[in-house]
Write a protein that binds this ligand. Structure first.
Ligand code: HEM
Length: 440
């Protein structure tokens, strides 16, 4: 069996004691997952938050995300954190409110809308690549972040996007820093509520400038009744069942949600794809050959490369936590009422039951027959599956092809690459890559 590629941590042979879990998780939350989790169907975890289970068997994953989805709403402890800045958007809401939001947003992500976004994606990629020079060393993580930020901001706000994108990004980074200040008090009954309210106040203050800006923009767009970008579509959307649209506050909440869910994830997918390509010259050479043979459209192999990169480095390593409403049983394991249940693509995608030689990077796994539905789920599954999955795949493939047609990205110092998983599988520090021009 192949050892994991750096910077993937080697799983500890046995579960770590709780005090060590907290210490190790501060560096890398995935480094605490023991070997047993990669072979067992349901794995009981040590957690300061009470009983907690990692579910990886296909039938168990299907049960939690699809068949018994009503028994496994998103865990309040996690959703509350995001509500401070996402309000009641489609990512944080539940029940009827969520169903209404999802219906209203669906048309903005249908195949027609995704195709309509392609010219923005390719034009933005070409514009950014046009500023690059052969021999230049870029931080690929930063470069992919800047590019996907530009793309989502333009797709959402058209011309206003270039100004609003960076404001949004700065606001989000500061909000994240507030969220990350977690300590013992957050697990202490009595203090927990005070801490949460303090966090919400700070986050609301950070969003003042952005919220004023977006309120102005929404008012202008309502008056203009356009049908150009995603903002126009959200404003114009009407619920097919009730005929009702979204209020200004709801448009704002959906907006921030899409922004958060839809830009860093794709950047992370692309970043790890470049990293893996640089470490696997045969795969890189095959991608180049496929691109040369298909000058006008992305070749199938480009999609396979992205899919395999997202298997090994799933941009969302853990699907948002679920919490059992009522006692249940998954694959013969009793799940008490209130237990936290996690489906982690990070584990499912490397699980011995689902994959041969899981550490090997091999895009041919995605040639021909698809892997089993519940063995591969970078976008989740069931009713809450990522609404932007098709947009994200299209964007990642287009960007990969635009860049790979012109440049090879050579890793300058593999030893420097690290990861700091949070909600996304973000790399830490710089991933320096040299732009090597490809022969025309
Ligand atoms: C490679 C890129 C992406 C990955 C890997 C990804 C992954 C995910 C995952 C794992 C979930 C959670 C599913 C669950 O809770 O069961 C999710 C939800 C969501 N994603 Fe994505 N996503 C990506 C890109 C995008 C894009 C581009 C958008 C929008 C522009 C987007 C919008 C959303 C929204 C709104 C939700 C919440 C859906 C709901 O709860 O109904 N995502 N995504």
């Amino acid at each position: 069996m192949q050892a994991p590629l750096p910077p993937v941590p080697v799983p500890p042979p046995r579960p770590l004691p709780l005090w060590q879990v907290l210490r190790v998780a501060r560096g890398n939350t995935l480094a605490v997952i023991p070997q047993g989790a990669f072979v067992e169907p349901v794995f009981a975890q040590r957690s300061p938050l009470g009983p907690s289970f990692l579910v990886s068997a296909a039938e168990g994953v299907k049960h939690v995300l699809l068949d018994a989805a009503d028994n496994y709403p998103k865990a309040a402890i996690q959703s509350r954190l995001f509500e401070a800045f996402l309000g009641e958007g489609v990512l944080t809401s539940e029940g009827e409110v969520w169903r209404r939001h999802r219906r209203l947003m669906a048309p903005a992500f249908d195949p027609h809308s995704v195709q309509a976004a392609v010219p923005t994606i390719t034009a933005t990629a070409r514009e950014v690549i046009g500023t690059w020079r052969p021999g230049q060393v870029i931080d690929v993580s930063e470069a992919m972040g800047d590019l996907t930020l530009k793309i989502i901001a333009r797709a959402m706000f058209s011309a206003a996007g270039d100004d609003l994108g960076p404001v949004m990004e700065r606001t989000l980074r500061s909000a994240e820093a507030v969220l990350e200040r977690f300590g013992l008090a957050d697990f202490t009954p009595g203090l927990r509520g005070l801490r949460a309210r303090d966090r919400e106040r700070r986050i609301a203050a950070l969003f003042t400038v952005f919220d004023a800006w977006i309120a102005r923009l929404i008012a202008e767009r309502r008056a203009a009744r356009g049908d150009g970008d995603l903002l126009d579509r959200l404003i114009a959307a009407r619920d097919p069942e009730t005929g009702r649209g979204l209020s200004d506050r709801e448009v704002r909440d959906q907006f921030v949600t899409i922004f958060i869910a839809g830009h860093e994830t794709t950047a992370v997918a692309l970043t790890w794809t470049w990293y893996l390509l640089a470490l696997h010259p045969q795969v890189e050479a095959r991608l180049h050959a496929a691109l040369d043979a298909s000058p006008d459209a992305p070749p199938t192999y480009a999609r396979q490369v992205i899919e395999e990169a997202m298997r090994l480095f799933p941009p969302v390593p853990r699907i948002p936590l679920r919490q059992a409403r009522a006692e249940d049983e998954i694959c013969g394991v009793r799940i008490p009422k209130g237990a936290l249940v996690c489906v982690a693509p990070w584990v499912v995608h490397r699980h011995r039951d689902h994959w041969d030689d899981p550490e090997r990077f091999d895009p041919d796994r995605f040639a021909g027959e698809r892997p089993a539905r519940y063995a591969y789920l970078p976008f989740g599954a069931g009713p809450r599956v990522c609404i932007g999955a098709s947009l994200a795949m299209t964007e990642a493939v287009e960007v990969l092809c635009e860049i790979a047609r012109r440049y090879r990205l050579k890793l300058v110092d593999p030893g420097e690459v690290g990861m700091k998983p949070r909600m996304t599988l973000r790399p830490v520090g710089r991933i320096g890559m040299e732009l090597v021009a490809r022969e025309p």
